[in-house]
Ligand binder design. Structure first.
Ligand SMILES: [Zn+2]
Length: 334
């Protein structure tokens, strides 16, 4: 807030107090106008109970009139757990960490209360991949060639984003992959498929052994309420953004980062969500998946006579399905 606005705040506060007793007599329109003004001039809101740096989190900030939104995420521990389970090389671990961090930003931007799946069919060295992010903040990932190294991990092909809406079906859209990095891919998707103008920055570091050191990111978005001036402000702030600023143990929410991004804008830190790695696979889900196979395939599995072993693509847990359960599937009339 500029210094010139301060007297207005004082005056508004005084007026509000003096008129409190007569508020009941005000018209609904007047009460609405006063509530709006009180909100406009209230001090900036910052969330308490900042989560420690060793947990993953996502928070969102918004300007007072909803013109600019900022999302910050830390997915370090989720990405470390996922890439370790997958046995990723350093290069593929970086790619998966970027995809997981970016997919969280994508969900928070597009589908905060529902599930997003980001997948790609492509001829890159790492092959096809899938990242799932759920409304509760859980995420998991898988990649065809976790040991791939070098350039060109993501190649030519198609990326697909599925917004999975509870009880309302799935909304899918696809864009061509043309050698973009993960940031560019996500920004291009938001612009081409969703007409959302945004800037995404992913800050991921992986050591030579493939261990994820950190996986942070932000998304800043011009909302429909935003003006040309807001856009110019965002662009100027991004141009001035110093390198080496991000989330740290001393500043786990990355408030210095956000303050730079939102410099000159009057904004609140509005909401927070815990995020973390979780694969919802289970013995029941494996059997349920088996039951969807064609009968001939189940007969083939049953004929083998030995217990069926299957490993989850995401968390690498191996499930053993006893023959009795495979046989039971054949007894269900199809
Ligand atoms: Zn699993």
């Amino acid at each position: 807030m500029s210094a010139s606005e301060q007297p207005n705040v004082a005056r508004e506060t005084a007026t509000t107090t003096a008129n409190a007793a007569s508020d009941a007599k005000l018209s609904a329109v007047e009460r609405y106008k006063r509530a709006k003004e009180a909100r406009r001039t209230a001090p900036p809101q910052r969330l308490g109970d900042v989560p420690a740096f060793d947990t993953d989190t996502l928070w969102r900030g918004l300007t007072r009139e909803g013109e600019v939104r900022v999302l910050l995420v830390r997915a370090t521990h989720s990405a470390a757990e996922s890439t370790q389970k997958l046995g990723c090389s350093a290069d593929t671990a970086r790619m998966i960490a970027e995809l997981m961090t970016g997919a969280q930003l994508l969900r928070a931007c597009l589908n905060p209360d529902e599930q997003v799946q980001l997948s790609a069919s492509n001829d890159g060295a790492a092959g096809n991949f899938v990242v799932d992010v759920w409304a509760e903040g859980h995420m998991r990932a898988t990649v065809r060639e976790p040991g791939a190294t070098g350039e060109g991990l993501i190649g030519q092909g198609t990326a697909q984003i599925a917004r999975i809406l509870r009880g309302r079906g799935t909304y899918r859209s696809a864009i061509g992959l043309g050698g973009d990095d993960v940031e560019t891919l996500l920004m291009r998707y938001l612009l081409e498929s969703e007409q959302i103008l945004s800037y995404i920055k992913l800050d991921v570091a992986v050591d030579d052994s493939g261990a994820v050191h950190h996986a942070h990111g932000f998304l800043i978005q011009l909302m429909p309420e935003g003006t040309r001036e807001h856009l110019a402000r965002i662009v100027a702030n991004l141009e001035d953004l110093p390198s080496g600023v991000g989330m740290s143990a001393d500043d786990p929410d990355g408030m210095a980062w956000a303050s730079q991004l939102m410099n000159g804008l009057y904004w609140d830190q509005a909401a927070r969500q815990d995020v973390g790695f979780l694969c919802p696979c289970s013995p029941e889900r494996v059997v349920a998946l088996l039951s969807t196979l064609p009968r001939a395939d189940i007969e083939e599995l049953a004929a083998d006579g030995s217990p069926l072993e299957t490993t989850c693509d995401y968390c690498r847990v191996t499930y053993t399905v006893p023959q009795s359960q495979v046989q039971a599937l054949l007894e269900v009339p199809s």
